[in-house]
Design a protein around this ligand. Structure first.
Ligand code: FAD
Length: 468
């Protein structure tokens, strides 16, 4: 038809995976079209994920730290929240980043086509644009369609009081009583936000701990602190039914012993996981294999079963994290441009930006136990860190996991303020094959939280005996 287009590389989806791949391919001399259904690029991460949630978590931290300092002689009066102003600040942060990306796309002559795209063959995608359907043809394609929140069949998702993470980020309204279904990273981050903004929050989790991916001892300081702040953290509990009534949402719970109970809420966040979007873009019409669950499998070069079609990011599998998508996007673009490149990261860090933060990378104790691996560990409690104490936040813990054969660092977990920033040193240590002596003999600035990594290595070596 008229206005049909062709590019050497077409990227479907403009999240962190997609825009990274598009920019990298353009930088390597390819002509590139980026297809995105929404009017702003950046995908889930920039628009309704990582970035807006971190803006709200920053506000939450300011509020709770202020409240807590009132016990130490500094008080500012009762917190007043203007949800409209907070929302527009958050939206402004997002806009600054998505606007920046549009500029970067223009600089590189990456052409953006807005509209829903579906494969119509092995070398073409039909895009439903505002000016009708346009066919975009390609030599190579990178699928970066990401994921969307899982809905549960017994929950009336059409009721506006029941939201997913996107709805929760809107803060409209900030309810009196909130139920968060799912104690994973997204659920617990949003629980942290709503608690600070004044809601009475109940978190419900089926497993026996919040943040099920992290070690129990590492989650404990977060659990302990939030148990005091939240209305309840219900573990080993299922939500079995939700009735949307005029006066609220009636939520039915069932605990591990089969006991049932119910409670009324004004708002419910359903955060029980994310579903990959491999099937909705009709990838199978291009011959690409899509699993029953909607994932698209890719090899270590991000290639699907179809040689000239690649897949990256959430649609490829766990962990569904932006930094993984970015890394895979670079690999796919470089392979498209003929470079010898493969995904060879040894580890991918995970972070819950709760308060305190929880971060882990590489081998966890849980995983070692499951796989019957022998490990050694060095643990440093933050109660002995001068900096943590002077921050008024000494509940943290830094744990390093070592290979007993050669003392190399193979994993680490940190809970405490700024744990998400601190974990990168452990990731670097693993990638570089550093051992306990390397970390123990590296001079860290005093007094910093980064010293806790140094001290955890020294704890393992036995070179610290007296903690204070
Ligand atoms: P996405 O970001 O999902 O982007 C896919 C894009 O493709 C979307 O813009 C979509 O509109 C578009 N698209 C899909 N299908 C089509 C189609 N057929 N036609 C046209 N366009 C299409 N990760 C972190 O690492 N750190 C965090 O702090 C973090 N916080 C998060 C907080 C929340 C509330 C949520 C929901 C997620 C968070 N994540 C975080 C996860 C992170 O957002 C994702 O891992 C990341 O966005 C995945 O990137 P992606 O490129 O695979 O796809």
């Amino acid at each position: 038809g008229s206005g049909d287009m062709h590019a050497e590389v077409v990227v479907l989806g403009s999240g962190p995976g997609g825009y990274t791949a598009a920019f990298r391919a353009a930088d390597l001399g390819k002509d590139v079209i980026l297809i995105e259904r929404y009017s702003t690029i950046g995908g889930v991460c920039l628009n309704v994920g990582c970035i807006p949630s971190k803006a709200l978590l920053h506000a939450a931290k300011v509020i709770t730290e202020t409240e807590e300092m009132s016990q130490h002689g500094i008080s500012f009066g009762k917190t007043k929240v203007d949800a409209d102003e907070l929302r527009s600040w958050k939206d402004g942060v997002v806009k600054q980043l998505t606007g920046g990306l549009s500029g970067l796309a223009k600089q590189r002559k990456v052409k953006i086509v807005n509209g829903w795209g579906e494969f119509s063959g092995a070398n073409s995608i039909d895009v439903q644009t505002d000016d009708g359907t346009k066919t975009v043809t390609f030599d190579q394609c990178i699928i970066a369609v990401g994921s969307t929140p899982v809905e549960l069949p017994f929950i009336p998702h059409d009721d506006e009081r029941i939201v997913d993470s996107t709805g929760a980020l809107e803060l409209d309204p900030i309810p009196k009583k909130m139920c968060v279904l799912g104690g994973g990273i997204i659920g617990f981050e949003m629980a942290t936000v709503y608690d600070a903004l004044g809601s009475e929050v109940t978190v419900v989790e089926m497993m026996d701990q919040i943040l099920p991916g992290a070690d129990k001892d590492v989650v404990k300081p977060l659990h302990k602190r939030m148990e005091k702040r939240l209305k309840a953290i219900k573990l080993k509990t299922k939500v079995t039914d939700v009735k949307a009534q005029k006066n609220g949402l009636k939520v039915m719970f069932e605990d591990a012993d089969g006991n049932e109970s119910s409670e009324m809420f004004d708002k419910m966040l359903v955060a029980v996981g994310r579903r990959p979007l491999g099937a909705t873009c009709k990838a199978e019409k291009a011959g690409v294999k899509v699993t029953d669950r909607g994932f698209i499998e890719a090899d270590h070069q991000q290639r699907t079963n179809v040689n000239h079609i690649f897949a990256i990011g959430d649609v490829v599998g766990q962990p569904m994290l932006a930094h993984k998508a970015v890394h895979e996007g670079k690999v796919a673009a470089e392979v498209c441009a003929g470079h010898k490149r493969a995904f060879d990261a040894m580890v991918i860090p995970s972070v819950a930006y709760t308060d305190p933060e929880v971060a882990w990378v590489g081998v966890t104790e849980n995983e070692a136990k499951e796989k019957g691996m022998k490990i050694h560990k060095g643990v440093f409690p933050w109660a002995a860190s001068g900096r943590a104490l002077s921050n008024g936040r000494s509940e943290g813990l830094t744990k390093l996991i070592f290979d007993p054969e050669d003392d190399r660092v193979i994993g680490g977990s940190i809970v405490g303020t700024n744990a998400g920033d601190l974990i990168s040193e452990v990731a670097l240590a693993i990638e570089m094959g550093a051992d306990a002596v390397d970390l123990g003999h590296t001079i860290h600035p005093h007094p910093t939280l980064s010293e806790t990594v140094n001290f955890a290595a020294e704890m393992f070596e036995g070179t610290i005996t007296d903690l204070m």
